[in-house]
Design a protein around this ligand. Structure first.
Ligand SMILES: *Cc1c(COP(=O)(O)O)cnc(C)c1O
Length: 395
């Protein structure tokens, strides 16, 4: 394979798309990473060429941490190299043992983090309306071995934080939110990062707010936990001569923090543009038979949504199956994604351990769901191109 050749014929596919019928619109991928103006990033990293301080909690790391603590309204924000290490470190720092109630309707990271932290995932089914953990189902899964609940604000749909909080209180369980999709959201004016014992964010390039790779754990006043997280992400090193824990390396570099600082300045504008495009999707597709939006339809609810995803569920009434729609869209240069299919409890690596039939709603939902392209800025023309392709797929 030559240096420029992408695997799996992707390059050929993309070339075909660029040369296809409508060059103005395609290819349209499910997301497109937000980038600041190049000059802004160059100015941001210029001081690093003076200081030669590239990683290990320097000036940029400090600035980003401070900015995020202010924005997310939390006492502590511990930055990580990525969301996955932040999630795993949180479970380890809490010194948990036993079973963690969670959902399979998520990215692999959520389940893997539990298993890699030496804990046992117990799969709870999700709510049909929004794909988040069903607290009533969770209640039936609590045993003497349960130590924590790890729900996911999937697509930025905020979980039933009250129901989950009440259940956790009743049984003395920790609550760790996988908030990878929920950056910057607010519920009734309260930052989403303030629920539970910890909220974990991902700043991966594909997320609403990115630092290329990155993540954070948000805490509300738990000094001990913050210290353990800081130790874990840096080999357990206290100082030159003292190592207190069997940590790993998950520090956020100065270059990543700089990208975060730049993107943060444009975050509000990006969210506005995403919501604008999402509103157009709703306008065009709300009344289509067999198509249901899993992303909030309007902003009349108590949630200030971030426009992370445009997720729809395709059922029988639509005319063609989800997979047929997915295929038909890709032929037109629209690369939607089946987030989240399959459910994590259907992965080969969990065969014989987890069973997708134990969570029938999640399984059913995963067979229907499709995420349509959504990014900032996405023009009405681009949204209309996708909507036309969706409607034409039925014929
Ligand atoms: C992206 C994501 C993660 C992991 O984040 P990374 O920064 O990619 O490690 C965890 N959970 C969910 C739900 C995600 O979408």
């Amino acid at each position: 394979m030559s240096k420029t050749e992408a695997p799996f014929g992707l390059r050929q596919r993309l070339e075909a798309m660029f040369c296809s019928n409508d060059q103005r619109h395609t290819p349209l991928t499910v997301t497109r990473s937000s980038l600041p103006p190049l000059a802004e990033y160059v100015a941001e990293i210029a001081p690093l060429w003076e200081s030669h301080w590239l990683t290990n909690m320097g000036q940029k790391h400090e600035e980003l941490r401070q900015a995020l603590e202010d924005l997310l309204e939390v006492d502590d924000c511990v930055l990580f190299a990525n969301g996955h290490s932040a999630l795993q470190a949180t479970l380890e720092a809490m010194e948990l043992c036993g079973e963690v109630i969670t959902t399979p309707f998520t990215f692999s990271s959520t389940t893997h983090a539990i298993v890699r932290a030496g804990l046992t995932p117990v799969m709870c089914d999700v709510r049909w309306e929004d794909g988040t953990l069903d607290p009533e189902c969770a209640e039936t899964l609590v045993t003497d071995c349960t130590c924590a609940i790890l729900p996911v604000h999937v697509y930025g749909n905020v979980c039933d934080v009250e129901g989950i909080g009440a259940l956790a209180k009743l049984h003395n369980l920790k609550v760790i939110y996988d908030a990878a999709h929920a950056f910057g959201e607010r519920v009734g004016g309260v930052s989403v990062a303030r629920f539970g014992d910890a909220s974990v964010f991902s700043f991966h390039a594909t997320k609403v707010f990115n630092s290329v790779e990155g993540g954070a754990v948000c805490l509300r006043g738990s000094d001990g936990l913050r210290r353990r997280l800081e130790l874990l992400r840096n080999f357990g090193i206290v100082d030159e001569e003292h190592v207190e824990g069997v940590g790993f390396n998950a520090k956020m570099s100065e270059l990543h923090a700089s990208m975060g600082l730049c993107n943060l300045r444009h975050h509000q504008e990006n969210v506005k543009q995403r919501l604008h495009a999402l509103a157009r999707y709703h306008e065009r597709l709300a009344d289509v038979r067999g198509l249901r939006f899993l992303s909030p339809v309007d902003t009349q609810t108590a949630v200030e949504y971030n426009g992370a995803y445009c997720a729809v569920a395709i059922s029988d009434g639509f005319g063609v199956t989800r997979d047929e729609l997915h295929e038909s869209l890709s032929k037109r240069g629209v690369f939607a994604r089946k987030y989240f299919y399959p459910c994590t409890n259907a992965y080969a690596c969990y065969a014989g351990v987890l069973d997708p039939n134990e969570t029938p709603v999640a399984r059913h939902l995963s067979e229907q769901v499709l995420c349509l392209p959504l990014f900032a800025p996405m023009s009405y023309d681009q949204v209309d191109f996708v909507c036309d392709a969706v409607l034409q797929a039925r014929a």
